[in-house]
Ligand binder design. Structure first.
Ligand code: URA
Ligand code: SF4
Length: 222
């Protein structure tokens, strides 16, 4: 395991903020050590100008192999919840706070490990560039890692779940309308809940997505 300096993604950003250029450059990022053991960079997926941006924590095992966000078990739950909330996938841009899978090996299994604060900060330039390029009306942070990346390390999802907030002043873009941000739980937290509690957690998650939907203008057709 190499100990690459945690220089951050900043120096890997291209001048061109087109999503394809960003994704291409992110594929070569070495802004922290996570690229060493992961299969590939998992960049965000979706189109510029969609109203909602969903931000998870980091790619999981499946995402790492397929190169797309939210295609594993938590992703399936998310896609079902979006459907139940009346949100078409094509209205969303889906991404993560950290673009490489962090894991430890247990025999043949690769077990998810939470990214450190340093890694989240290192990867943040990609997330900021995605926001600038996509220009969503509302950013929905799925879980604490995404929320703390954008709203600061003292932000607590439990205390502010569902509130619609402005980005911190350092992150405000000169775009109209200004993207707002809200936070809910991570879909894997819903998956971890058992039986009846899981049903309740799922229903609350769908309610949060419905509120997000109610707060943005969707195109008449998709
Ligand atoms: N969990 C995440 O946070 N992101 C993914 O892309 C998949 C699972
Ligand atoms: Fe770069 Fe982010 Fe991957 Fe670290 S996790 S190497 S900052 S893309």
């Amino acid at each position: 395991m190499t100990t690459a300096p945690a220089a951050g993604a900043g120096s890997f950003l291209p001048d061109d903020l087109e999503l394809t250029a960003l994704e291409d450059a992110a594929g070569r990022c070495r802004g922290c050590a996570l690229y060493v053991d992961a299969t590939q960079t998992v960049f965000g997926h979706g189109a510029r100008g969609v109203p909602l941006m969903l931000v998870g924590e980091q790619p999981g095992d499946r995402e790492d192999q397929e190169g797309l966000p939210f295609v594993g078990p938590a992703g399936r739950l998310l896609q079902r919840a979006l459907d139940d909330a009346g949100i078409a996938p094509g209205w969303t841009y889906q991404t993560n706070a950290v673009k490489h899978f962090k894991f430890r090996r247990e025999g043949k299994r690769r077990v998810h490990q939470k990214p450190s604060r340093t890694e989240v900060v290192a990867c943040k330039p990609w997330l900021i560039a995605e926001i600038e390029s996509v220009r969503p009306q509302l950013i929905v942070c799925l879980g604490a890692t995404a929320a703390q990346s954008l709203l600061g390390s003292t932000f607590r999802v439990t205390a502010h779940r569902g509130e619609r907030l402005r980005l911190p002043s350092a992150l405000r873009f000169d775009v109209d309308p200004e993207p707002l941000v809200t936070a809910t739980v991570h879909p894997s937290a819903v998956l971890r809940d058992r039986s009846q509690r899981r049903r309740e957690a799922y229903a609350l998650f769908v309610e949060d997505l419905k509120s997000a939907r109610a707060g943005v203008d969707f195109p008449a057709r998709r």
